[in-house]
Design a protein around this ligand. Structure first.
Ligand SMILES: [Ca+2]
Length: 310
């Protein structure tokens, strides 16, 4: 069976690190490109992190790494302050600056979509700015993407504002474009992350003895920094790798872009109200994760570490 081509749009990021690790280690996927967006830190910092992670993971040279927009669409740039001064706690991972693609993230996305002939999947675990720009610049692009899996939003409360989850609330206008673009969207939000806590000690138990020593050191450093707070982005990738890890419902979701109090809220139509959609085939029907299975999550990490014993 041929591997599923995937583009990873990210703001690395402690949990982005583990999401990338899961995706690159998964037999069923072929990572085509990593694109960066500010969120956990500025564009320069997250792009430096991406190059450092690529070196650590021995990410093949064929995987393009491209920087995206240095700012969000309409909202001023605001950074998460929970990922530490470097975005990876206090770690500084050095990479090869020369491998950074000369093109912008949205152009790389388009080119990879053309190459993949309708099969390209996107995993987006940062603010959705780059995707929003891509869909604006290339109106035909939605018809060329198989699906988008987003870490973002919530069926309940937020983490940046009372109802705003950071990835969506940093750039709600881009999120609105993505959720209504017509490509099937899966949303893995804050409502399903709590069961998947993993402490440093639990992570260490899942590591094989022959895990690459530098990979082991960095993973445990990040796990210690994170102190068991769920790795949202890794949970999102887990939902792609194991069909039984998460349960989903197809629900209407819209992004609040106008209210000063709830801007960035993913308004999820839990009532399945007929008024929410004038048309049954309205494009913003979203596959929303409703629950996750921590045992299967731990099993995925155990399997993943086996791919990094080089
Ligand atoms: Ca992220």
């Amino acid at each position: 069976m041929s591997k599923r081509p995937v583009l990873f749009d990210s703001d690395p990021g402690v949990d982005d690190f583990f999401a990338w690790m899961l995706l690159q280690g998964a037999d069923q996927f072929e990572l085509k490109a990593v694109t960066t967006v500010p969120g956990n830190a500025t564009l320069d910092v997250v792009t430096r992190n991406a190059l450092g992670i690529a070196r650590l993971f021995h990410t093949p040279d064929s995987v393009r790494i491209a920087a995206g927009s240095p700012r969000h669409m309409l909202r001023p740039l605001e950074l998460c302050d929970v990922h530490g001064p470097t975005g990876l706690g206090t770690l500084e991972l050095e990479g090869d600056k020369d491998r950074l693609d000369k093109k912008h993230a949205w152009d790389v996305l388009y080119e990879e979509a053309v190459k993949a002939q309708g099969q390209l999947e996107i995993v987006a675990v940062g603010p959705l700015t780059n995707l929003g720009i891509a869909f604006f610049k290339y109106p035909e692009l939605p018809g060329m993407i198989k699906q988008i899996t987003v870490m973002g939003g919530s069926t309940g409360i937020g983490n940046m504002t009372p109802f705003g989850e950071a990835n969506i609330a940093h750039d709600p206008h881009a999120a609105s474009i993505v959720f209504s673009c017509g490509v099937p969207v899966t949303m893995v939000g804050l409502n399903v992350i709590a069961p998947c806590r993993m402490t440093k000690e639990q992570m260490e138990e899942l590591m094989p003895d022959d895990l690459n020593p530098e990979v082991r050191r960095v993973c445990l450093n990040l796990a210690e920094f994170r102190r068991g707070i769920p790795l949202c982005d890794a949970i999102t990738v887990a939902s792609l790798l194991d069909e039984e890890f998460a349960e989903f419902q197809e629900l209407g979701v819209d992004i609040e872009t106008r209210s000063p109090i709830s801007e960035g809220m993913t308004v999820v139509d839990m009532m399945k109200s007929k008024q929410f959609f004038a048309d049954e085939d309205a494009p913003n029907k979203v596959r929303v994760a409703m629950s996750t299975n921590p045992q299967r999550y731990f099993a995925l990490f155990r399997e993943m570490f086996r791919h990094y014993c080089h």
